[in-house]
Ligand binder design. Structure first.
Ligand SMILES: [Zn+2]
Ligand SMILES: [Zn+2]
Length: 172
C-alpha cells in the first residue's frame, strides 16, 4: 500500500500506522513464495527535523516453502524489523539506494519495503523439523514416513582403497 508521507513532516511526535501488506507473494526476482498468513505492516513515523522522517516498523508473514531435505511443503514464519530515515523530496537531496526502491515522491511504497525486508530475513535453510530424515538417495521415498530398506551404505573411500590393495595381493 502507498502511504502519503506529506503531512508527517510537520507533525510533532510519533504517528503509528497499521497498513495492509498487499503483495500477493514474496518475490526475490526469481522465485515467488506463496504467503499463507499475513499481518499488517506496523509503522512508526517520526519527524526528526530538517525535512527528515524516521520510519521504523515491523512486519510478519507465514509463507509456504519446501523442506530442503525431504521437499515437503512447510509453513515458515518470517518477520522483519526496519529503521530508515527518509528525506523530504525537495529536489536538492539525492535519494539513497534504499529510498529509491521504496519512495515515490512523497509516497512510501510499504509493500516494496516490507517485501525487501522479509527477503533479507528468510532462513538460510528451511527444514520441516530439525531431525528431518530426508529422501532415500536410492528410491527417493520420504524417510520420515517409513523405511524403504534400500542399501544406502557408502563405503569410506579410504577403506575402499585398502580393500583394493588387499584383494590385489590375494590374487598374486
Ligand atoms: Zn523435511
Ligand atoms: Zn530407498
Amino acid at each position: 500500500m502507498l502511504v502519503n508521507l506529506t503531512e508527517y513532516f510537520d507533525i510533532n511526535g510519533t504517528s503509528h500506522l497499521s497498513v495492509p501488506f498487499e503483495a500477493e507473494d514474496l518475490f526475490d526476482g526469481i522465485e515467488h513464495r506463496e504467503i499463507v498468513k499475513r499481518s499488517p505492516i506496523e509503522l512508526d513515523i517520526t519527524s526528526i527535523g530538517e525535512g527528515k522522517l524516521e520510519i521504523k516498523g515491523d512486519v510478519s508473514i507465514t509463507l509456504k516453502d519446501k523442506c530442503s531435505r525431504c521437499l515437503e511443503d512447510v509453513e515458515v514464519e518470517v518477520s522483519a524489523s526496519f529503521d530508515y530515515s527518509v528525506v523530504k523530496p525537495d529536489g536538492y537531496h539525492e535519494l539513497s539506494d534504499d529510498e529509491q526502491l521504496f519512495m515515490d515522491g512523497y509516497s512510501l511504497n510499504a509493500d516494496i519495503l516490507a517485501n525487501n525486508e522479509l527477503l533479507m530475513s528468510l532462513p538460510m535453510k528451511v527444514l520441516c523439523k530439525d531431525d528431518c530424515k530426508g529422501l532415500c538417495p536410492v528410491c527417493f521415498i520420504n524417510r520420515n514416513h517409513g523405511n524403504c530398506g534400500c542399501d544406502t551404505f557408502v563405503p569410506d573411500p579410504r577403506m575402499a582403497a585398502l580393500t583394493d590393495i588387499f584383494n590385489a595381493n590375494k590374487e598374486v
